[in-house]
Design a protein. Sequence first.
Length: 472
Amino acid sequence: MNPDFAAPHIAILGGGPGGYEAASVASSLGAQVTLVERAGLGGSAVLTDVVPSKTLIATSDLMTRVEEASSALGLRFGDTSGELLTRDKLRADLGVVNDRLLGLARQQSADIRAGLESQGVRIVMGSGRLADSRTLEVETAGGTERIEADAVILAVGAHPRELPTARPDGERILNWAQIYSLEELPEELIVVGSGVTGAEFASAYNGLGSNVTLISSRDRVLPGNDPDGAELLEKVFERRGVRVLSRSRAEAVERTGDGVAVTLSDGTKVTGSHCLVCVGSIPNTAGIGLEEVGVALGEGGHIKVDGVSRTTVPNVYAAGDCTGVLALASVAAMQGRIAVAHILGDQLTPLNLGHVASNIFTSPEIASVGVSEDDVASGRIAGDVVTLRLKSNARAKMRNTTDGFVKIISRKGSGTVIGAVVMGSNASELIFGLALAVEQKLHVDDVANTYAVYPSLSGSLAEAARRLHVHR
């Protein structure tokens, strides 16, 4: 470290991925760091969103794979005359499942806190707001504390959006932060919203054994995502018994004694035992002094930031879902790290959303990175596209998990990898190699000529790249 470096004080409001990553990096670079959090370290990503939902999905996915593989792989219950492991023989104890996932969330939060404290980060539990561009005013259990700093990073996150005609009660009408309070599996779950969150929960609860109806206001699930992946997911949903009501907008949700009724825009009523409302999120930017200090907000209340996480006020930065840039924990963490680098004058690369790898944790998963096939089809990007179905992959056949494909997009002429989609089991893991290719501007031959284990799902990455080779 430069001996002339004077350690600045950075105050961070919010302990989610944007906040705790910023705190960790800042401390490691020698800054004095104070982090203010009102609920628990990790924020909603750890406590009520990513960690619990993906833990729930892990249980559901295992049940789905066991059920679908039992006949093909010869799995039986009991003695040599045992029965097949069919859906009616498998049961999820939702109380145990939810206890486990909430326990994991608490443990992860505690681990994050312990890690930050070991680095010397001061953690203040309380509700904070900006008093000025260098000061946080925090209401704690012991009173009010003013924290003065050289720079402030806002990482205040977001909360579930609610419909005025579908207010969650935490019992029958639920948002994605409340659903883990259920002790028994919903017999008939209606999911309102077919974006990523709605599709993930529809897939998860179908796998756990609920009868699921997914209400989509669009013509397909996962609007805005890869059409091939969305189309295949709908076919999987149909095969597994998920009822998808497309082009159907939910106008209201009401309690009906021991159930719920969802009224659609055409007057049709859909009934079930529970309803999960997944219609987006709202940034936690109200009432924290932003307008008074002069921090500009965009449409929907998101904090406006540039490529290095700066707001419109000097010394004030922002990261995560409150910025509306891209609601991914990885992006929030990157924004937090970039903010710290800019504050401390460290080497940095401005945020590049074109290289962000993302994943939809349905069963099967859908992961993507870089440009899309729509970019090529519309003429925005000059590229070549190859799609390879996993049904030809030996390892997929062995595991009886052939729903899926590998899609690679290369720049026309140069052969540089510029985009990819992977759909299938463990797509979230497989996409990393192709994300690395996009980030490092690798040629399709670089991917094709890298040895892949045989048999493996990753072998299809090399094979798809091989099909994009151009004779030179």
